[in-house]
Design a protein around this ligand. Structure first.
Ligand code: NAD
Ligand code: DAU
Length: 344
């Protein structure tokens, strides 16, 4: 059993990272968190408002900055790294893959090397948990019974998922070659508070709130396997404390739904007709379906999703965007303009 006391959370001002920091603050009062985040377009310091300042240190910086990473690990006495920081949006990666290679590949490499140095120079073994995605496995046909498991072959489709696949391989190599104490989780599509308005669910909710028609890629038949972000946070903690070093765990909550079904749910729950949306260009090379078989983490670590009621989670998410316009409004116009130029 591992007992984290001093966490370094990279990407802690992003969607899942910020939810994770709030989740730690609410559930594990003895843990101190240092957030390292570059505050790119996707990061928002305000997402961490409300966390007790005695238990949070925020550092604005780049995970590719080796000197900074080494200094933080050493001077802050970090015992556990949870690595969320990434360029995370597929559509952006299709426009320009360069920051994806830098942050997702070189950034992960830089952190691994900093952890290795802290062990070799100062004899401190730091646990390193890498947050990854089900997209590294490519996609499934809409009608096949198969789901992704920990042994599914890597077959990424987009520049984003290829860069995440590369980062997973680096983590495994640093475990096997240098003996670093690493774990990896590959999770399906998260939803909840603090998600950037570029992503599917927040984009549609905030479009409706802003008087813009929701936008569905293609016919909307692609399937995503939705999980509430709190269930993902809980799974990460479970892996940190109970997971076996060197292992990979898939995280998902049996939440498969087609995009058009999700969009119709959002429309009807927000009081609009189910056909009040536009069809726009599909994503080039877009993945058809993701589906996670989470039996390993359930069997070995006893994890269970607690927010299985998607309609309820969606209502809470809609409410959150209704009451946090000050949080999402500043990013909205530029995001929509970027989409307009892509025919999305
Ligand atoms: P996000 O885009 O909302 O947040 C990313 C954060 O990383 C931002 O705060 C950004 O400022 C920061 N960042 C980016 N480049 C950085 C750099 N070079 N140095 C330091 N900080 C940097 O992403 P998210 O949706 O919260 O995803 C977090 C992680 O979870 C990613 O690794 C992603 O691949 C993975 N993941 C996401 C999902 C999902 O559904 N969103 C599902 C599975 C896995
Ligand atoms: O599966 C995990 C992945 O989920 C993470 O690794 C990624 O970081 C995260 O962004 C997410 O990737 P997706 O590409 O699945 O999510 P996105 O929200 O971009 O799109 C979900 C689906 O909705 C996809 O089929 C495209 C479609 N879509 C998206 C947008 C933005 C629309 O139909 N309309 C839209 O406006």
């Amino acid at each position: 059993l591992h007992t984290p006391r001093n966490l370094l959370v990279t990407g802690g001002a992003g969607f899942i990272g910020a939810n994770f920091v709030h989740w730690i603050a609410a559930n594990h009062p003895n843990v101190h968190v240092t957030v390292l985040d570059a505050l790119t377009y996707a990061g928002n310091r305000a997402s961490l408002n409300g966390v007790d300042p005695n238990r949070l240190t925020f550092v604005r910086g780049d995970i590719c900055d080796r000197t900074l990473a080494e200094r933080l690990l050493h001077e802050h006495g970090i015992d556990t790294v949870v690595h969320f920081a990434a360029e995370s949006h597929n559509d952006n990666s299709i426009l320009d893959a360069s920051p994806f290679l830098t942050t997702n590949v070189t950034g992960t490499y830089t952190l691994l090397e900093a952890v290795r140095r802290e062990r070799d120079e100062h004899g401190r073994d730091i646990r390193f948990h890498h947050i990854s995605t089900d997209e590294v496995y490519g996609d499934l046909a809409l009608d096949e019974p198969r789901k992704f498991t920990e042994t599914t072959a890597y077959n990424p489709s987009s520049p984003y998922s290829a860069s995440k696949a590369a980062s997973d391989h680096l983590v495994r190599a640093w475990h096997r070659t240098y003996g670093l104490a690493t774990t990896i989780s590959n999770c399906s599509n998260n939803y909840g508070a603090y998600q950037h308005v570029e992503k599917f669910i927040p984009r549609q909710i905030t479009n409706i709130l802003a008087g813009i028609r929701p936008k569905l890629y293609g016919q909307g038949l692609a399937v995503r396997d939705w999980i509430h972000v709190d269930d993902h946070c809980d799974a990460v903690w479970r892996i940190l404390t109970h997971g076996r070093v060197g292992e990979t765990y898939l995280v998902g909550a049996d939440g498969e739904r087609s995009n058009i079904d999700v969009l119709r749910m959002i429309l009807s729950r927000m009081g609009l007709p189910e056909d009040a949306f536009d069809h726009v260009n599909d994503r080039p090379g877009g993945d058809r379906r993701y589906a996670i078989d989470a039996s390993k983490i359930m069997r070995e670590l006893g994890w269970r999703p607690r927010h299985a009621d998607f309609a309820r989670g969606l209502d809470q998410t809609i409410d959150w965007y209704r009451t946090h316009e000050d949080w999402w409004r500043p990013a909205k116009a530029a995001t929509e303009e970027k989409y307009r130029l892509q025919g999305h």
